[in-house]
Ligand binder design. Sequence first.
Ligand code: ADP
Ligand code: TRP
Length: 331
Amino acid sequence: MERVVSGIRPTGNLHLGNYFGAVRNFVRMQHEYDCFFFIADYHSLTTHPTPENLRRSVRQALSEYLACGIDPDKCTIYAQSDLPETAELYLLLNMNAYVGELERCTSFKEKIRKHPDNVNAGLLTYPTLMAADILIHKAVKVPVGKDQEQHLEMSRTFANRFNRLYNCTTFPEPHAFNFGSGLVKVPGLDGSGKMGKSEGEGNAIFLADSPEVIRKKVMRAVTDSGPVNPGQEMPEPVANLFSLMRLVSTSDTVEFFESKYQDCSIRYGDLKKQLAEDMVAFIAPINEEIHRIASDDALISKVMDQGAEKAHASANKTISEVRNVIGFRTK
Ligand code: ADP
Ligand code: TRP
């Protein structure tokens, strides 16, 4: 069965961008593929070197994954740091990752622009660690949002380079994946760009947000003064609200507000109220599950142990093969 790998950093709660870009695919894929999903706690140290309570964040992230419908009996779910084989593969891939190509990576350039005071080697080699996460299980499909496209391209480069250098066929090529169509980019509420946890207050709707918080954030979303000419093109902030509506509302609702926009009779207050209620209804059952699971310490520990064990079994095989191909002693 084809292998699937994906991970999310535990640097904040899951938001609708994470859900529609990645986690929604995880839930479907677990029934059709051999899936490995992990909480990328090593990666979180690239931007948060001394996280306040990493253990708590990892457990919260796991609760949120499970609340979305990830079933630990159908897939393997684990903490990245429970699989140090990944770190060994990262070291080996780094020997053949060139500083030039890593420096050209868009996410690296963006991070050093935002945080010029912490340009560490972990940040530079973020794509090699990500490639190691994927290649350690020989995954071919990687469910991620649009922003991860370049990282996947680099993973393919590292996989192919390894095979060429050591004259082997150890690694298959991994590809970004989304059910049905192209990769997803969920917009934020601040008028431009994607929804993200580090994009500023009010940009993201989190699955752990209460109905009151969701309503407040949506009502404050950026819009403009409204259309004046029938059929006028939508400005980005308004188009973004419609994009969000397409995710959580019925097609009738979307069409209703689209036609109101087209004939210039739209009231953004009404649009936002409807969007907020549809988001609340969509998130409510997940939100309830998050609270239930997060308070079940025994369940969380059991799932973590079970995941680590299953992930080890897969990773050990790859690492032995890699060590053998390079010429190291194998255990
Ligand atoms: P953030 O950007 O909030 O820090 P992450 O980088 O941890 O989120 O993203 C984890 C996963 O969620 C990745 O697969 C990423 O592509 C996806 N993702 C994050 N934000 C969005 C978004 N706005 N639209 C689509 N997918 C997203
Ligand atoms: N880079 C991803 C993000 O920021 C997280 C990630 C780390 C990942 N390792 C991965 C995603 C391996 C898919 C596969 O969202």
